[in-house]
Design a protein around this ligand. Structure first.
Ligand SMILES: Nc1ncnc2c1ncn2[C@@H]1O[C@H](COP(=O)(O)OP(=O)(O)OP(=O)(O)O)[C@@H](O)[C@H]1O
Ligand SMILES: [Mg+2]
Length: 349
């Protein structure tokens, strides 16, 4: 079995080979370990996070290499230094929480941080009906004789970043089992496997993300209190542009990634900013993310009219409900009529 890692080796040596011994039950296996030269992502400089080496001395299985994200698009912020703050929190506390409305780039930034750090990413959406079997593991085979680790257990043994998306939607039984993992005990107990205790890997980081719990955010739940206490750092995300505050970097991003003119990009961001305002007030169920506006822009740059392209993208993504769609359509039309000027912010309702 070949293992690859990214820990430091003596200067000039790009790859040093070490033989390690490990024991599984009563079998002694000799493993071939390969240590690669320290991983230095060029993105570290760009996001000014050179001093955090989360993967220092980390050696992992070659098969986990594919869990390290690649080519994550640029992340833009308004000077909040989100990448640096997440890496700092992980460096000091090994875990942190990201909180913010839907589409503010929480998932995007976790991918970026994993890529910059050179760490495998284990992503779990807690809102989906993921079973305890998927997360912790199960016996398989005709006689149920072979144990297969679930995702959380694999992360616990191997390290990397465990990303729990929509953490407030997590089922209570799963949250309870994660508690010892997230506090000073730092282990998980596999009661389905003779109470095996698996210590958290020294390079095992946790990021949770969620939408803020408030009456304005339909469908959100408060985070389980025990879970909340265990998170050492909370980082709050928001849209680049909301209401009358239109951020010029968001316009540039849409122009560059969507391939439209500055004028059209500005119109689109105006629309998105208005819809985000309505979403935050609980008037519509969803508001466009940067990604949604980019999709809209791509259709326009391909020759589709601004309104037609909006139908297929931001109008339909907001809701299935015809009345809501009509509201969004009205806002799009009003922004288009105002050219690149900001239409007056409208309240719905
Ligand atoms: N600041 C940003 N810079 C670049 N792209 C962004 C930014 N914010 C959001 N995006 C893009 O917008 C889309 C939505 O982002 P993402 O899925 O990360 O949001 P989220 O906060 O995780 O939403 P949810 O709470 O619904 O899971 C993605 O395509 C992402 O690349
Ligand atoms: Mg997300």
């Amino acid at each position: 079995m070949e293992y690859y890692g990214n820990s430091k080796t003596p200067q000039g040596a790009s790859k040093a080979t070490t033989r390690l011994r490990t024991f599984t039950s009563d079998t002694k296996i000799s493993l071939q370990m390969s240590r690669l030269r320290s991983y230095e992502s060029p993105l570290k400089k760009k996001y000014d996070v050179g001093k955090y080496d989360l993967a220092e001395n980390y050696v992992f299985q070659e098969s986990m290499q594919e869990l390290i994200p690649k080519s994550t698009p640029e992340y833009v912020d308004k000077g909040e230094h989100y990448v640096e703050r997440i890496m700092r929190a992980l460096h000091h506390f090994k875990q942190c929480a990201l909180i913010g409305p839907s589409g503010t780039g929480k998932t995007h930034i976790v991918y970026l941080v994993a890529e910059i750090a050179g760490l495998p990413l284990w992503e779990i959406n807690c809102g989906l009906q993921t079973t305890s079997f998927d997360l912790f593991g199960r016996y398989v085979g005709l006689g149920k004789e072979n144990w297969v680790d679930g995702q959380i257990v694999s992360w616990c043994r191997n390290g990397g970043i465990l990303y729990l998306d929509e953490a407030n939607m997590m089922k209570q039984d799963v949250a309870t089992r994660l508690n010892p993992l997230l506090d000073t005990r730092g282990h998980i107990v596999l009661n389905e496997k003779d109470n095996e205790i698996i210590p958290r890997h020294p390079r095992g980081f946790v990021v949770i993300s969620m939408n803020p719990f408030s009456i304005e955010f339909a469908g959100t739940k408060p985070l389980n209190a025990a879970f909340r206490r265990r998170m050492n750092a909370w980082i709050t995300f928001d849209y680049l542009s909301t209401g009358a505050n239109v951020n010029k970097d968001e316009v540039v991003l849409i122009r560059e990634r969507g391939g439209v003119s500055k004028k059209v990009a500005l119109q689109m961001v105006n629309v998105a900013a208005q819809l985000r305002y309505n979403y935050k007030r609980g008037e519509i169920p969803y508001a466009p993310s940067v990604g949604d506006i980019i999709n809209w822009a791509k259709l326009v740059s391909d020759g589709t009219g601004v309104l037609d392209a909006a139908e297929e993208t931001i109008i339909s993504t907001t809701s299935d409900d015809m009345t809501t769609q009509e509201t969004v359509r009205r806002i799009v039309k009003s922004a288009v009529e105002h050219g690149s000027g900001q239409a007056p912010i409208q309240e719905i309702g």
